[in-house]
Write a protein that binds this ligand. Structure first.
Ligand code: ADP
Ligand code: MG
Length: 373
């Protein structure tokens, strides 16, 4: 073991929220995420073998045992997040050796706060420290994204991994997913706060429809390119171009394109509103996003629409929308702090009455990204 190498590391890897900019990351647009103070904790230890690894996650009965020389996808989905990361790292560096890992989490799973990115990035970050692999934060972000593409099969964008690793306390990140340029915007919203309402539904459509949306956007780009060759992604398009090409598009592709272009503009408007302390405008933009996701992008569901509609009756809620890929998970709500508890209570009662499902809630506080303890 060289001087710099450690024997054991503990890493906290947070989930994330996104203020606005949904389904824009894989269209090379803007997003406005930050990490939250809920996380997955990894305890990683060398075991002095060359390639033997054992990973246990609390709540998952069977440990994953893997030989780095023989990594291949598993039929057990959670193992693929781990295997994907190990594959990507081992491809880059044979300084990775055998280790033991235990995982504990207080992140809701499959609820749109990206437990998946927290899982990938925390493991990559921890192994980088444990074996002094010399990976940059940017490499940790991109290899974790690649793991999700190649081993899990979700064609996600870069936002989740970026937010999990790069976030700063009390700030949100304005990330340009085309250039990867990012700026930290102070998140000052008192006396308002962010309340997440977890619908506790997770419709099975989520991952297949996600990949379908990506394809529909690509179809839109291919049509736009005939007229505007420099349009490499929907990020490069505007509403006028879409109007010009609309007869060549199916109604669904047209709706998807309009949503993405409008949503990109909303992110920049939201940042301006945030900088001006204009929370009414920020909230109105969040409601517009939900409308777009519901009617144009079609990734909402009855439960989420109910929660957002319910919030519209409460004056002290300035904005609400589905957060994450859709088809379940959480809504993110901009709520006055004096009303937050009453809002959660009344929403929970109404939701349970309507769907016979218990709502859970938590607050979203912009927090630091992946950290070595
Ligand atoms: P989200 O990222 O919004 O939470 P995903 O469906 O993308 O939802 O990812 C959830 C999946 O990530 C889980 O089904 C599981 O396979 C994996 N996962 C998340 N947290 C853990 C954990 N603590 N231990 C093992 N696997 C986990
Ligand atoms: Mg995920």
């Amino acid at each position: 073991m060289d001087d710099k190498a450690l024997d054991k590391v503990i890493v906290d890897s947070p989930g994330r929220i996104n203020i606005i900019g949904e389904h824009t990351d894989y269209n090379m647009g803007y997003v406005l995420p930050t990490a939250i103070d809920k996380r997955i904790r990894f305890t990683l230890q060398r075991n002095n073998t060359d390639t033997q690894c054992e990973i246990r996650s609390k709540g998952y009965a069977k440990a994953l045992v893997v030989d780095l020389k023989h990594i291949s996808p598993s039929n057990t989905q959670w193992e693929n997040y781990i295997l994907g990361v190990l594959y990507e790292i081992y491809k880059r560096s044979k300084a990775l050796k055998g280790f033991q890992c235990t995982i504990e989490s207080d992140l809701p799973i499959g609820s749109g706060v990206s437990s998946s990115a927290a899982l990938e990035c925390g493991l990559a970050f921890g192994l980088n420290e444990l074996f002094d692999l010399g990976l940059s934060k940017h490499e940790i972000v991109t290899l974790s994204r690649d793991a999700e593409h190649n081993y899990v099969g979700t064609q996600c964008g870069i936002m989740d991994q970026f937010a999990s690793v790069m976030s700063k306390k009390d700030h949100v990140i304005l990330l340009d997913c085309k250039s990867m340029r990012h700026t930290y915007v102070p998140f000052v919203i008192a006396p308002y706060k962010l309340v997440l309402l977890n619908s506790n539904v997770s419709h099975s459509l989520a991952s297949s429809e996600y990949n379908t949306r990506r394809k529909e956007c690509e179809e839109g780009v291919a049509i736009l390119q005939k007229q505007y060759p420099y349009v490499a992604s929907l990020r490069d398009a505007n509403l006028k171009m879409i109007e010009t090409c609309k007869t060549a598009m199916s109604p669904k592709v047209l709706d998807r394109c309009i949503y993405v272009v409008e949503e990109n503009n909303r992110v920049l408007d939201a940042v301006e509103a945030l900088k001006m302390g204009d929370l009414k405008t920020l909230g109105a933009l969040m409601y517009q996003t939900h409308d777009g996701l519901r009617t144009l992008y079609e990734v909402s569901c009855r439960e989420l629409d109910f929660l957002v509609d319910f919030s519209k009756n409460i004056m002290e809620v300035l904005g609400a929308r589905v957060m994450g890929g859709g088809f379940g998970g959480c809504t993110i709500n901009l709520v006055h702090e004096d009303t937050a508890d009453a809002f959660i209570k009344s929403a929970s009662e109404a939701y349970e009455k309507e769907f016979n499902i218990k709502l859970t809630s938590f607050e979203g506080h912009p927090s630091v990204g992946t950290t070595l303890l």
